[in-house]
Design a binder for this molecule. Structure first.
Ligand SMILES: Nc1ncnc2c1ncn2[C@@H]1O[C@H](COP(=O)(O)OP(=O)(O)OP(=O)(O)O)[C@@H](O)[C@H]1O
Ligand SMILES: [Mg+2]
Length: 260
């Protein structure tokens, strides 16, 4: 695609990304020559069956897992050519993460999990951190849970704390791996709306892995992954069909070919 003056530059550009695990018989190519361009202000949905490589791709794109080959240009920086320290700094400054397993600190309350990000990450004052934290907790329906530790929060509440922790620093990129999987649809929809607001109002680039086809209308673009291969699709009906088949275990060989 050629870009004229009106077309924005991608904020993240990935080319020929490959990542495998294991050797010989046990080798799995989790990400196979993936390429994508992500733009500011967009919510991008990544779907596909279990084991298709979605989490691996997210980790490689966000500087957490080194690819075997390929390049990630994020905000013009070649992420995998940076030193470990520089890459860590990049993540700290620009990336918010919601992991599949929440990764909350057991010894911190919901409020402290968020405050820590602004106090340590940005050097904000205690007062400022408290104000911003309480705003985000309120937005996520967690105001009454602020003083609880992860062990006392439900799965869905923990997930919302993890989302709050990712959003509170107004990151340029938000990588969310199944952020709504532990939530009922009403709460999940609310969370997706928060992610969409981060994109619309603050220009974040949000990459969301999700299995629930009801999220599709909230996304600006939809990618589908199968056996490590990544494809973008503009046909919502086809993605719905693929996701439905995935849930009903109908064989899906050749599905990707149908997308184009
Ligand atoms: N650390 C690892 N060691 C060995 N194999 C791995 C490792 N991480 C991922 N894999 C393999 O790579 C493939 C892709 O895994 P990945 O976690 O990216 O899938 P996924 O699409 O996120 O699946 P799910 O929807 O179940 O979360 C799988 O076959 C998985 O077993
Ligand atoms: Mg995964």
């Amino acid at each position: 695609m050629t870009h004229d003056d009106c077309t924005p530059e991608p904020v993240l550009k990935a080319r020929q990304l490959t990542r495998s695990f294991g050797d010989g018989e046990a080798r799995t190519v989790a990400v196979n020559h993936a390429a994508l361009d992500l733009y500011a202000g967009q919510v991008v949905l990544l779907m596909g069956p279990s084991g298709s490589g979605k989490s691996t791709l997210l980790a490689v794109l966000s500087g957490l897992l080194r690819p075997d080959a390929g390049q990630v240009l994020a905000l013009g920086q070649d992420l995998w050519a940076l030193s470990d320290k520089e890459r860590e700094r990049f993540r700290l400054q620009h990336c918010g993460f919601v992991f599949q397993g929440y990764n909350l600190f057991a010894a911190l309350t919901a409020r402290q999990q968020l405050e820590m990000v602004v106090r340590w990450g940005e050097g904000a004052s205690a007062r400022d951190a408290r104000r911003r934290t309480d705003e985000v907790l309120e937005l996520l329906g967690l105001a009454k849970k602020a003083d609880l530790y992860p062990a006392d929060l439900s799965g869905g509440e923990k997930q919302r704390v993890a989302i709050g922790r990712a959003l509170i620093k107004n990151p340029k990129f938000c990588f969310a791996d199944e952020p709504t999987s532990a939530l009922d649809w009403h709460t999940g929809e609310h969370v997706i709306e928060q992610l969409r607001n981060a994109a619309r109002d603050r220009g974040a680039t949000v990459l969301v892995v999700a299995h629930d086809a009801r999220i599709i209308p909230y996304a600006d673009r939809v990618f589908y992954m199968e056996d490590g291969c990544l494809r973008e699709t503009e046909d919502e009906a086809q993605v719905r069909e693929l996701v439905l088949r995935q849930h009903t275990n109908v064989p899906h060989a050749g599905d990707l070919a149908e997308l184009h």
